[in-house]
Ligand binder design. Structure first.
Ligand code: HEM
Length: 125
């Protein structure tokens, strides 16, 4: 370990550095309407999540990248796919999408402040 200089910032040796991937992933320089849920933004987009594109780092990057990346993606995709395939989803008590409170809460880990409540109905083909 030694002192280093990165893009004009001098960093003494033994400094602990934390990369704020939350902020990077919401940087308007990289993303249009970064706070909006627009999954289509990833269609035909060369930026992917595997740690090679620093605009999007859900699994980190480099030597300490998440070793469970493939498992994590499989669990999320399979879980989400099952929920969407087998159930139709609606909001309770006459709520509309505009009534969903998207406020976030937390510090190191961010989550929705108010839990999302949905009503699943078994889909019939
Ligand atoms: C969608 C699911 C997951 C996400 C978003 C995720 C995200 C992350 C992130 C951001 C890191 C830190 C990477 C870094 O320091 O640059 C990490 C590390 C790690 N993840 Fe995951 N992870 C997921 C699933 C999993 C699963 C399923 C496993 C194991 C079966 C796993 C095991 C680990 C381990 C052991 C580390 C520490 C690696 C190290 O420090 O060398 N993760 N993960």
């Amino acid at each position: 370990m030694s002192d280093i200089n990165i893009q004009g910032y001098s960093i003494p040796k033994n400094t602990m550095i934390q990369i704020n991937t939350y902020t990077i992933g919401r940087d308007p320089k990289n993303w249009t309407k970064p706070d909006e849920f627009i999954p289509e933004r990833f269609v035909d987009n060369p930026i992917e999540y595997k740690g090679q594109h620093f605009e999007l780092l859900p699994f980190g990057a480099g030597r300490r990248v998440c070793p469970g990346m493939a498992t994590g993606i499989t669990i999320v995709e399979l879980g989400l796919l099952s929920l969407l395939y087998f159930f139709d989803w609606s909001l309770p008590n006459g709520m509309t999408t505009k009534d969903i409170d998207m406020e976030e809460d937390g510090a190191f880990v961010i989550a929705k402040k108010v839990s999302l409540e949905l009503v699943p109905t078994l889909h019939r083909w």
